[in-house]
Design a protein around this ligand. Structure first.
Ligand SMILES: NC(=O)c1ccc[n+]([C@@H]2O[C@H](COP(=O)([O-])OP(=O)(O)OC[C@H]3O[C@@H](n4cnc5c(N)ncnc54)[C@H](O)[C@@H]3O)[C@@H](O)[C@H]2O)c1
Length: 389
């Protein structure tokens, strides 16, 4: 059996914790058929986190400099859970060192960087993966199956959105996500990229976009070192920092296959703790998903007889092998962390068998092309084309 030795970089942050948990847990659900993983190195620049990391993963080497992990001969897979602006530099160094790379989304700050990473990975023959985990919830396998079977016909329209409200309050403190140097594309790369991953997974490549990015609150009280969801008491004496990337975006798009898209996303939708929906309309039927019912798909088909037409609810269950790995009965529902465990199980299998699985850096590159096109379109105030693959 192959053991995949992993370095998790940014290990004490939100994603670092989730990824580490997933490496430690996935075999419990998916078994060890073919591959196991060992978290060999944990990296975080925060020195205060070292003790906790050592306790969480006994035997792992804990370091502060990511270069030590990337150049470690005892590491097969580099898993990047760092703020967006570091993805490119660290992924490139890891690929050049011959490592397989799993990188959180967005893959890079620009499509040019993402294209370069995909090219290096091709040249080196290493396995890559981007952290677009949401579509790996089994409910979306069912949607894809229905689309590929032609049950909704030719797709004409995709509507998608994702909203949170972490920056809805004008007094919500500044953090790296609002800083255009640390997260140059703001909500577009952060949240838009999730919607774009559904578009790529279910509908196909995007050929052009017109987008309107906006900043809802231009200045926020500065609190250093904050992570998302962390509560902090403001003193009122904080300096104000400029928000230098978008808080929200509304966009229209065209797909290469002729379908059209209407998409919106933001971090300022008061009351929306996590809203994620899509609607896919075809010539014979349609599909609707709402994260509030994360296990459920709504399916309409013209194939139903007159007087029997309407959206039916499809609850995903153990007929899907990823669902069955966790639960023996339908509709108990899989949540966010389980989807990340599915993702990590796929990453480990992918590395162990040297078989790329969606979404690779090629997908990550296309998603970065859409992000770039939104940034450019909003700046220029017109449609922007995306080059074909
Ligand atoms: N796939 C998803 O659903 C999802 C969800 C949240 C975040 N993300 C992505 O994951 C990435 C991390 O986001 P997060 O919310 O976990 O951030 P976070 O701020 O919680 O964690 C980042 C961690 O990186 C560490 N770090 C920063 N610079 C470092 C450096 N130079 N060397 C070593 N460690 C360093 C920090 O100390 C921190 O522990 C982002 O790219 C984000 O877009 C993806």
């Amino acid at each position: 059996m192959k053991e995949v030795r992993v370095a998790v970089i940014g290990a004490s942050g939100w994603m670092g914790k989730v990824h580490t948990m997933a490496y430690l847990t996935f075999a419990h659900f998916f078994g060890t058929g073919g591959a196991t993983a060992r978290v060999a190195v944990l990296v975080d620049r925060n020195p205060g986190a070292a003790g906790e990391l050592e306790r969480k993963v006994p035997g792992a080497r804990v370091v502060q400099d990511w270069r030590q992990a990337v150049n470690d001969p005892e590491v097969d897979l580099v898993d990047i859970c760092l703020p967006d602006n570091l993805h490119y530099e660290v992924a490139k160094a890891a690929l050049l060192a011959g490592k397989h790379v799993f990188c959180e989304k967005p893959l890079a700050d620009t499509a040019a960087e993402a294209r370069e990473l995909a090219a290096i990975a091709r040249e080196k023959g290493t396995v890559t993966r981007v952290g677009h985990a949401f579509p790996r919830n089994p409910v979306h396998d069912r949607a894809k199956e229905i689309i590929e079977a032609g049950e909704i016909g030719e797709i004409k329209l995709f509507k998608g959105c994702q909203h949170i409200d972490v920056f809805a309050d004008p007094a919500a403190p500044f953090m790296w996500r609002a800083d255009g140097t640390l997260a140059p594309t703001g909500i577009v790369g952060d949240t838009g990229s999730h919607v774009f991953s559904f578009m790529e997974f279910l509908v196909g490549r995007v050929s052009s976009v017109i987008a309107d990015n906006f900043v809802a609150t231009p200045r926020r009280p500065m609190v250093k070192g904050l992570t998302i969801g962390e509560q902090v008491g403001l003193t009122g004496d904080e300096a104000l920092a400029d928000v230098t990337n978008p808080d929200g975006t509304n966009l229209l798009c065209r797909f290469e296959n002729g379908a059209r898209g209407i998409v919106d996303f933001s971090r300022v939708a008061t009351g929306r703790k996590f809203m994620q929906t899509y609607e896919v309309y075809g010539t014979k039927g349609s599909l609707v998903f709402d994260y509030d019912e994360v296990n459920r798909l709504r399916f309409y088909t013209n194939g139903d007889g007159a007087g029997r037409r309407g959206f039916r609810e499809i609850d995903v269950g153990p007929e899907n092998s990823n669902y069955r790995a966790f639960l023996p009965l339908p509709n108990f529902a899989l949540g966010y962390n389980e989807t990340k465990i599915i993702e990590v199980a796929e990453v480990v299998r992918s590395v162990a068998t040297n078989t790329p699985m969606w979404p690779t850096f090629e997908t990550g590159h296309h998603i970065c092309q859409i992000v770039d096109a939104c940034m450019e379109s909003s700046r220029l105030g017109r449609w922007v084309d995306i080059p074909k693959a």
